[in-house]
Design a protein around this ligand. Structure first.
Ligand SMILES: C[S@@+](CC[C@H](N)C(=O)[O-])C[C@H]1O[C@@H](n2cnc3c(N)ncnc32)[C@H](O)[C@@H]1O
Length: 219
């Protein structure tokens, strides 16, 4: 169920700073998890915790850190392929002395398919996924029927995916995709108090974009 050769991300050219490179080199052995085709044992990486959230596409990781500080009882598996963000998040995990974030650098589809056991996630955070506005790029949108099928196996019963987007046509697309998914119920919700403003969201708001939050529970 790999997303084929069509990727939901485009590696951005933004330069990685020396500090981000240094953080990556120094902190990856402590807070990073290498991709391998083997089930990840959550308690091995989050000793003492039993509630686990996967964040797909953390960007620069500011929201990840705020949420992890607010929920120390939850283990957060933070996934992205954006190299400056990976360095930045690792540095913030150290600065904030956080024990409940682990970082992965790989396509979330591969991680979900090959490393996440069935019924192991309490929730998934998908904040401001790339909207791919052009029709010819819609096939790159991460939320599609196959993605929904994939996450439905990985979430525990009653597990939740929370999605936010500032692109109204994508919000409608997401609702349409979940409408036909019998394993989920939910829809548009008020912005939850626990979701901090993300970097990408701030950019959208400055362009007067309307933000839609959606929550779907596995039934
Ligand atoms: C538009 S940015 C939003 C970042 C952040 N959540 C925010 O709101 O500021 C989307 C992020 O998702 C990441 N991404 C997209 N598809 C991904 C995938 N299949 N696996 C891992 N990361 C992905 C991109 O690299 C990018 O950093």
């Amino acid at each position: 169920m790999e997303n084929g050769t069509v990727k939901s991300f485009k590696l951005r050219g933004s330069r990685i700073t020396d500090a981000q490179t240094a953080a990556r080199q120094r902190l990856w052995p402590t807070f990073g998890i290498d991709y391998e085709s083997k089930d990840l044992i959550f308690p091995d990486h989050f000793p003492g915790l039993s509630t686990f959230t996967m964040e797909i596409g953390f960007g620069m990781g500011e929201a990840t850190v705020e949420i992890a500080k607010a929920f120390p009882e939850v283990g957060f598996l933070a996934v992205d392929v954006h190299q400056p963000g990976i360095g930045k998040l690792l540095a913030m995990v150290e600065e904030n002395v956080l024990r409940n974030i682990r970082v992965m650098d790989e396509d979330a589809h591969l991680i979900l398919q090959n490393m996440i056991s069935d019924n192991s996630l309490d929730s998934i955070h998908l904040f401001f996924p790339d909207p791919w506005p052009k029709t010819r790029h819609h096939k790159r949108r991460i939320v599609n029927e196959r993605f929904i099928e994939l996450i439905s196996g990985k979430l525990k019963e009653n597990g939740v995916i929370h999605i936010a987007t500032d692109w109204l046509p994508y919000a409608r697309w997401i609702q349409d995709q979940f409408e036909t998914a019998s394993k989920f119920s939910g829809g548009v919700v008020d912005r939850p108090d626990w979701r901090p403003l993300t970097r990408f969201e701030g950019q959208g708001i400055r362009k007067d974009h309307h933000v839609t939050d959606m929550s779907y529970r596995k039934v």
